[in-house]
Design a protein around this ligand. Structure first.
Ligand SMILES: [Zn+2]
Ligand SMILES: [Zn+2]
Length: 270
């Protein structure tokens, strides 16, 4: 049975801790009335439904109804060497397995960072896939599993799909660069490493998004410089609707703006 934290959607092994460690961290929160655990069986009994919808040719958004965790979506990327499930959902249902099987199943499951671990091992078990966890964040895995493999730096698990560690939001925070995306211009699956915002023109660089803890000017410059070395156009965050069409420019603009604010350049406006 797959047990998970109802707040963040991350699977956790028994014996369960008193509080989910990811939620107790300063980047997240524990609900007002305390920790709630659930299970995939319970979610299914309550009518959980998973939708798989094409985002662009070769990439699919996997979302659940009702939402789990912060309402994140997974992105499934198809390659001729097999498929990657990025930022796995905090649920898995029989109809989800059926839909993903129709797209060719999964070779790898990987999350941008621990908030997005979801039920990664349950997804891997369903498809005989491998789970990739950045070694700098491996201590956040709450359900150790034989399918988990650690990586760092850069890894190309599938042809044309590169996992690249950026750090920032978490030391192991990563992006997935899908070179065939955006009609061959490259699509960047950015998770919370650089989060596309609702204005569809900017990204944010934060230690915590829900609790609004900013990253320093130096770290933001480092992240923006690293992004500037990648070839991509479209950029996806991990919430439905988070997408940018001018990814590299948006990252550069947003970094300049963030740095200006945190170094006091706009203090006259406050
Ligand atoms: Zn949690
Ligand atoms: Zn996060």
């Amino acid at each position: 049975m797959t047990i998970l934290c109802a707040t963040c959607g991350v699977e956790t092994a028994e014996p369960l801790p008193e509080t989910c460690r990811i939620c107790a961290d300063e980047r997240q929160w524990v609900p007002l009335h305390g920790q709630i655990w659930t299970s995939v069986d319970e979610q299914v009994a309550d009518g959980m439904h998973v939708d798989v919808v094409e985002l662009e040719p070769g990439a699919w958004a996997v979302t659940s109804e009702p939402a789990v965790g912060i309402g994140q979506r997974s992105i499934l990327v198809q390659t001729e060497g097999g498929n990657l499930l990025w930022d796995p959902l905090g649920t898995i249902t029989d109809d989800a397995i059926e839909q993903v099987a129709e797209l060719g199943g999964l070779a790898f499951v990987a999350a941008s960072h621990p908030h997005m671990f979801g039920v990664q091992c349950a997804w891997a078990e369903a498809f005989d896939a491998r789970v990739l966890v950045n070694e700098r964040d491996a201590s956040w895995v709450a359900r150790p599993h034989e399918r988990i493999e650690e990586w760092d730096g850069e890894l190309e698990p599938l042809p044309g799909v590169r996992l690249i560690r950026f750090g920032g939001h978490f030391p192991g925070a990563a992006v997935a660069l899908w070179e065939a995306g955006s009609g061959g211009e490259g699509s960047l699956l950015a998770g919370d490493t650089m989060q596309p915002k609702p204005d569809r023109a900017s990204v944010a660089f934060m230690r915590s998004y829900p609790n609004d803890i900013p990253l320093s000017a130096g770290v933001v410059r480092r992240l923006a410089d690293q992004a500037a070395g990648l070839r991509f156009r479209r950029m996806y965050g991990n919430i439905p609707g988070q997408v940018l069409e001018d990814g590299p420019e948006a990252v550069a603009r947003s970094a300049d703006r963030h740095i200006a604010w945190v170094t006091g350049e706009h203090d006259d406006l406050t």
